[in-house]
Design a protein around this ligand. Structure first.
Ligand SMILES: *Cc1c(COP(=O)(O)O)cnc(C)c1O
Length: 423
């Protein structure tokens, strides 16, 4: 696998189907996923014993179904995600560990579901060990550890160190084991997920911390999980991680632990972004093109209600243009600001962290052309909202050259469902 990727600012097709045809058939804005990209990413992780998909990245039932059919199991971070995994056909059979609840708290719904179905739990706070132990004495748990340092592409995505709410602080292992003993709970695994955007030097520190912590817990450990955080490039100067080296580091840690404990320790990985980000495209229609002082604005019918990453984290998404007629690659290029329909000045896709408006060099567009926000398959639709009373977009999956609707566009009835005007 090459570690670089090229991007283009004009695109006529997604997975062999014309963007104009997708827009016409399903309307805009619409999320489109290319199943082949997901399949390829799954195949790239086959060295790991278990690939556990962090479904919060893109939880559509059809996507989960396809993951399941390829042997990928799931992580659930809420009662809703547990039920989603069940609805997609994941098994509750004990010992299979197809669905693992991993969070920093049990809300009451999640605890009820976990107890009812005897689901495996990855505890991110010491209180969870006691709360589960009271309801299910003798349970096995895994612990999510905060090793005391982190790594992330922004303050909001950094998941280690003392600013992070995630995981059990590395000096509290002994306290956790004492808590576990009180209700006969056994710690059978450890997990470290410390931030999206891992690099390899950093990773070897994580592996060392895992090894130290596993030795502290001792021989009950049967699995270790590398967590998620495998990066994907969003820009030409960003790279994929060298997966062979990534695996090698974790595999060496696992092998040392297997030898230390005298039994096989399984190695899990738990990606979200890596599996789905690049499969996803958000197609929007250009509805206005206007000059505002020095800025040339291209306003489209998708906003941060559809794709929140730019406004939330200042995230960069590759953007391409599909002409309504002809080929956008033949058009003159210009520096443009791409924004959405919301009554909110932050509704800009070309912004940097801190809310600074940036421009992007793109082929000139006219009303009726399409703008494609790329790498939108992770933390895209799942963060969509109804702000400004916008209905959430449709989702479409392309497989074997066929575009299939996997989520209907919301309607006004969906929008007001549950609202009550008291008499
Ligand atoms: C979000 C999350 C992941 C996935 O993170 P990515 O950066 O998308 O790979 C994995 N594990 C846990 C516990 C998470 O919360």
């Amino acid at each position: 696998m090459s570690t670089v990727r090229t991007f283009t600012t004009s695109r006529n097709h997604i997975a062999g189907i014309a963007v104009t045809e997708l827009a016409e058939k399903f309307g805009t804005p619409v999320y489109v996923y290319d199943q082949q990209v997901i399949d390829q990413r799954i195949a790239e992780l086959k060295a790991f014993d278990v690939v556990r998909y962090a479904q919060k990245a893109c939880g559509n039932l059809a996507v989960l179904d396809r993951m399941r059919k390829q042997g990928v199991v799931v992580d659930a971070v809420s009662a809703g995600e547990i039920r989603r995994a069940m609805a997609a056909g994941y098994s509750l059979e004990p010992g299979k560990h197809e669905i693992v609840y991993t969070a920093d708290i049990f809300d009451r719904d999640a605890l009820e579901l976990v107890v009812k179905h005897s689901l495996p739990v990855n505890c991110g706070s010491p209180d969870m060990i006691s709360q589960l132990g009271e309801r299910r004495p003798g349970a096995d748990v895994t612990l999510r550890i905060n090793p005391g340092f982190g790594h992330g592409h922004s303050q909001k995505t950094n998941t280690g160190g003392q600013q992070s709410k995630h995981g059990i602080w590395h000096t509290q292992i002994d306290e956790c084991l004492r808590r576990a003993d009180q209700t006969g709970v056994t710690v059978t695994g450890l997990h470290m997920h410390i931030g999206s955007g891992t690099d390899l030097e950093h990773l070897s520190e994580v592996c060392d911390a895992m090894e130290r912590t596993a030795k502290e817990v001792g021989r009950t450990i049967k699995t270790i999980s590398a967590g998620g955080g495998l990066p994907v490039p969003y820009k030409a100067d960003e790279t994929y991680v060298d997966l062979a080296k990534y695996f090698e580091l974790w595999d060496a840690t696992r092998t040392r632990l297997s030898e230390e404990f005298g039994h096989q320790v399984a190695l899990e990985i738990e990606p979200g972004r890596f599996l789905t980000a690049e499969s996803g495209f958000l197609i929007a229609e250009v509805r206005s093109v206007k000059q505002v002082g020095d800025n040339h604005f291209v306003l489209v019918d998708a906003g941060f209600n559809d794709l929140a990453r730019p406004v939330m984290y200042g995230s960069y998404h590759p953007i391409s243009v599909a002409a309504k007629n002809g080929d956008a690659s033949e058009r003159e290029q210009a520096d443009v600001v791409v924004g959405g329909p919301l009554c909110e000045s932050g509704d800009i896709f070309t912004q940097r962290e801190g809310g600074y408006v940036d421009s992007r060099r793109l082929p000139m567009t006219r009303v009726g052309d399409f703008v494609v926000l790329e790498n939108a398959g992770a933390y895209g639709f799942v963060m969509a909202s109804n702000y400004n009373s916008k209905t959430r977009a449709a989702e479409v999956l392309i497989e074997s050259g066929e575009a299939k609707l996997i989520r209907k566009r919301e309607t006004f009835d969906d929008l007001v469902r549950g609202e009550v005007i008291p008499g």
